[in-house]
Design a protein around this ligand. Structure first.
Ligand code: TYD
Length: 197
């Protein structure tokens, strides 16, 4: 199964992705945890960016990173019958580069025609004020260029518009342990053989 976690910065998606991966591993279910921007060369450069590029250029680089990530990490794991748990994927491009004026639907259309489509996308929703509080509290280095309030509002507004059948909206204001159980329930309903204990 190809499982993606999405949400604005500070939503807790990375925590949930890691909890899920550990849970599956503890149950002997083969899986990999991975993320975008990826750990490949383009992804590493994207993470180091200190100024914003033109939206078109950003969009192009995130897609290039994704193609590389799919080729080197996601496809091989799928072929190896491992579940793939990915922290951010093409809905991030639609939401973040869309927040800079590009058409989110065009980004979704182009990406989904070029890379594997996830079986399920957990979209963890929190308010921007919660996000800013968490980002400020958890990351001593402060906000990245991507993490400004006005921009997060725009990003969150685009995330709200997504309605593909793979999307499952999760209330990220709840306790982390509740979220993990809810996520496992969704996966069981999709046919993943796990015991929720
Ligand atoms: P993030 O998951 O927040 O990484 P970290 O927790 O290590 O800071 O991703 C970094 C930023 O990249 C985030 O603010 C969103 C942005 N991003 C895009 O703008 N477009 C994309 O396609 C992806 C994958 C990420």
């Amino acid at each position: 199964m190809f499982i993606v976690f999405e949400g604005i910065d500070g939503s807790g998606k990375t925590t949930q992705a890691e909890i899920l991966s550990r849970k599956l591993t503890s149950l002997g279910i083969p899986n990999i945890w991975t993320r975008e921007p990826s750990d490949g060369l383009i992804g590493q450069n994207l993470r180091k960016l200190e100024t914003r590029l033109a939206p078109e250029e950003e969009s192009r680089l995130f897609l290039e990173d994704r193609l590389d990530h799919v080729k080197k990490v996601i496809d091989p794991a799928i072929k190896n019958h491992e579940h793939v748990i990915c922290d951010r994927y093409y809905h991030s491009s639609a939401a973040y580069q869309g927040s800079r004026g590009l058409n989110p639907n065009d980004i979704l259309r182009e990406n989904s025609s070029r890379v594997p489509i996830p079986d399920i996308v957990f979209l963890i929703e929190i308010s921007v004020s919660t996000a800013l509080f968490r980002i400020g509290k958890c990351r001593p280095e402060g906000f990245s260029v991507f993490e400004k309030a006005a921009e997060l509002e725009k990003v969150a507004a685009i995330y709200k518009t997504f309605d593909d059948s793979s999307i499952r909206r999760i209330n990220g204001e709840k306790r982390s342990s509740e979220l993990s159980l809810e996520i496992l329930e969704h996966l069981k309903n999709l046919g993943l053989k796990i015991c929720c204990c």
